[in-house]
Write a protein that binds this ligand. Structure first.
Ligand code: ATP
Length: 262
């Protein structure tokens, strides 16, 4: 996503016409996850970059589902997940990027954000938690922050998991119907659902103002979970492959020591 064109975020954009069926997509995703396992191993050893995957989306859009899908491909020592809920009293006394910067992955690591600093131009804007004069400035501040991270070896990829209003309804209802999912239902989800159009406008601004070549946004059609998981896995494989991760060669001192190794 780049530029200021009006980003299509209607019901149609939440699906992919003519996508392969679920079984086929799941098989393709499994192949991608196998590739991811090897790529991450080399990426971790290489240690030149870190990778930050930012997941944003409305309630029940599948942020947890994506994490569950890709996490299994990774060696857990090389990946950290951070979730961003409402800021604590201490976090509110700092600038909005403070809590985020602390958990940006160091080189060799993959970091996954379940929500992120984008809540500070989404929830904060839509729920009127700060005046417009404050959140409006943040688009530029975010671009500067991400550009600084990029210049310091952090590869950033951002996915907006786009679901339709009908699909969200189904998923929220299933949280009420299924005792194993009741705990996931929050009354605040209904407040946000009532603000659907305001969130759409806020997401449009995020996607058009904060998609840059070094930190692009991907709108992931997410009504079908198999399509969503496949697209995210493919994007991660493409991203890691493009970095050409390589294993460091043996240090001379190690080679010498190995000669005397009995
Ligand atoms: P999720 O809804 O992401 O699955 P959850 O139900 O476990 O997660 P939390 O992670 O505790 O809930 O909090 C998510 C909520 O926190 C969302 O409603 C989100 O809008 C809100 N939130 C996150 N960051 C901020 C922020 N900077 N300011 C205000 N609200 C925020």
């Amino acid at each position: 996503m780049e530029g200021s064109e009006r980003v299509p975020l209607g019901n149609k954009a939440a699906r992919v016409d003519g996508a392969p069926d679920k079984k086929e997509l799941e098989a393709l995703t499994r192949e991608l996850l196998t590739q991811l396992t090897d790529l991450q191993d080399a990426f971790h050893a290489d240690g030149r970059h870190s990778l930050l995957l930012i997941l944003q989306g409305r309630d029940a859009s599948g942020k947890d589902g994506v994490i569950k899908s890709v996490y299994g491909a990774f060696n857990p020592t090389g990946v950290r997940v951070a979730a961003f809920g409402p800021p604590t009293a201490l976090e509110l006394r700092h600038d909005f990027l403070w809590r985020v910067h602390q958990v940006v992955p160091p080189r060799g690591m993959i970091g996954v954000f379940n929500r992120s600093h984008y809540e500070d131009v989404l929830a904060v804007r839509v729920r009127k938690l700060a005046p417009e004069s404050i959140w409006k400035e943040r688009f530029e501040q975010i671009n500067h922050f991400e550009s600084m991270l990029h210049a310091n070896g952090v590869v950033i990829r951002k996915c907006f998991l786009h679901i339709s209003q009908d699909e969200q309804r189904e998923r929220l209802l299933s949280r009420l119907d299924d005792p194993r999912k009741n705990w996931k239902f929050r009354v605040e989800d209904l407040d946000d659902r009532a603000l659907w159009d305001d969130y759409t406008e806020a997401y449009r601004d995020v996607l058009s103002k904060c998609s840059t070549p070094s930190a692009p946004w991907y709108v992931v059609p997410s009504d079908e979970k198999a399509v969503r998981n496949y697209l995210v896995a493919q994007m991660l494989v493409d991203t890691l492959q493009a970095l050409h991760p390589t294993y460091p060669s043996m240090q001379p001192a190690v080679r010498d020591a190995a000669r005397n190794f009995t």
